[in-house]
Design a protein around this ligand. Sequence first.
Ligand code: KIV
Ligand code: ZN
Length: 514
Amino acid sequence: MSDRIYIFDTTLRDGEQSPGCSMNIDEKIRVAHSLSALGVDIIEAGFPIASPGDFEAVHRIASEVHGPIIAGLARAAEGDIRRAAEAVKPAAERARIHTFIATSPIHMEAKLRMSPEQVLERAVDAVKLARSLAPEVEFSAEDAGRSDMEFLCRVVEATIAAGARIINIPDTVGYMTPVEFGGRIRELIERVPNSDQAIFSVHCHNDLGLAVANSVAAIENGARQVECTINGLGERAGNAALEEIVMILRTRSDRYDLHAAVDTTKIVPTSKLVSQITGMPIQANKAIVGANAFAHESGIHQDGVLKHQKTYEIMTPESVGLNKNRMVLGKHSGRAALKARYLYLGRELDAEQLVEVFNKFKILADKKKDIFDEDLLALLHGDGTIEDLRIKLAALHITSGMAETPVAAVEIEIEGVLHKAEAEGDGPVDASFKAIQSLVEPNGTLLLYAVNAITAGTDAQGEVTVRLQDGDRIVNGQGSDTDIVVASAKALVAALNKLPNMHARAVHAQYSGV
Ligand code: KIV
Ligand code: ZN
């Protein structure tokens, strides 16, 4: 059995299905480039039939991102498969169609309303069609964890015979336990007569907090592809976290003589990029990428680490890209250093962008001594892009204090025209949100407002995430500034920029100048 573990990243598909984590096309392309630099083997770029935007994202990633295999998801249905084939086509020999159908009794009866025989036939037809349209086909038996083993064996054998070279066994609802799931993989590999013609893959959800443990158990029992996401993003409680799986294999190489092609030093920058783009913060005690993952607080631990790093550290911060990440830039740093740092963070700036961001960098460096990577990412527009935004925050003036009603006066440029408004609020943030939202429509319902100090100290950049809902569309915006009210206003404006059809309100509160 091969000692190579293939890392299949589904941040852009299953990860993007997390509530509030949708990304626009440019954001998906940035994440895809970062995943390619990280060294994942397969990028599942999206679900092309889902929407024209999904199709375009997969198509552009297949055209522009080189290195990994590019997969597009398709239900076991002709329309889905043809659309996925078209979307991944630019990747040529690196194109993969990932087709799936549910095989558990509950899904077949209640959701598909199909008999097991019909499901089997549909799965085989889907794989054959996909195989005629793309060089590589992966088949997933959705809810395999709760499927009847006898039936699952028949489906797996038939889909391999039909041309699937990757067989994915998802624990769709995160129901399995490690020994049970590992046993299932072993049994499939042993019982299915043509199992040697396919790579077995797993896709575990984290509903019981076992996604990574189940994936590792599957690897121990012969799975050689793991489907996972950066920061464990994904439906409900998420998918298995890529960074955890990769670091388990590396840190416990004494136990697993297996290797993945991931450059682990790119883990932290990729994790930060995904968190920044999706607006999904990383919990401080998250393994590998949390802010506290390598922080030693207690005196005994600090003393131990100072005497010998291995007393309390089983892996080095450098191995996941953390210490290098701490290189600090300051006001004496030049453009070349800035450009190189952005390149390390997976952001290639052209000459014009570099000038723009360098000017902002100098302003920030005058306000705070040390500029960290988080500050640099935050310097790009609030939503993480440096493209032109439809609406921009031009000015914000706040009056606030104890026993005073906070008042905000804002100036916003909407498609090149300056608009002004003022409003009172329960606090300075509330006042500035009311003023900004009075100027545009649709202006969204606030679902989430979260503040995070992204660097240490009272001069820290504060990062604010705002989540807005308009109809069935949910968007995130982020903004950073050393002034938390300004960061909040930037985050709101970044989110508003993502609302389709957002425009200046015809009649709005008049600005009297505060
Ligand atoms: O969780 C799941 O079963 C999936 C499949 C589409 C692979 O995401
Ligand atoms: Zn899934």
